[in-house]
Design a protein around this ligand. Sequence first.
Ligand SMILES: [Zn+2]
Length: 256
Amino acid sequence: MSVLKRLIEGFVDFRAGYWRDNRPLFERLAREGQQPKVLIVACVDSRVDPGILTSTQPGDVFTIRNVGAIVPPYGPDGRYHGTSAALEFGVRALGVEQIVVLGHALCGGMRALLAEHDTQLAQFEFLKPWTEIMRRAADAVRLGAPELDAVATQKAVEQAAVVVSMGNVLSFPWVREKVEAGTLAIHGWYFDLRTGELSAFDPEEARFAPFVAASDPERPITSGNAQQLDTDRLLARLIDNFRIGKPGLTTASGTL
Ligand SMILES: [Zn+2]
């Protein structure tokens, strides 16, 4: 069976099962339009599907996917800003109330960022300048924790990139306005597909803490802490916490 045949078969199953079972939901969404309360910025990685991770339904989450789950800084220069356009639509047109930056383990985007001397990668036209947005995260990890092995460095950079993206989300003036008005909150999450663990960034403690139960605190950036948010300071503290953190899972290639 060809790969696409499998997808078409999957669609036939979806049409006969999920779509039929949820027909009233689809009809309501078609009639009333979408009103998602949550916007997730995720990676294009095929292993990290935000809808599957969160068991959500159509209409629940407005999803932006790009290489590395990166939010660029605010830069209205008339060029092609797909992520910023989607962020603008979600925040200004749809009025989402929560923004989640969802980083993940084994991210190829972050690996590309760390592989500066890879000659094959150097030939890509768009990948490098895009991931370079996170150079700040990679530099902060290398300077702050040079002793980390390659596996731990990659994880630290992946988590640092979530923090840089959270700061970048806040650089959009219409995001900051809503956060300061208390109508929008920004969250940083990290999914590790090796352990099945989802963690949330705690801006007070500058560390990622795993979600275990639905009652676990969400720890977003809100009107209460947005004013004092200093991305560089948070990055430095995150990396310090990473260095002194308890040893995690040990794999053949290093410690997670
Ligand atoms: Zn990725």
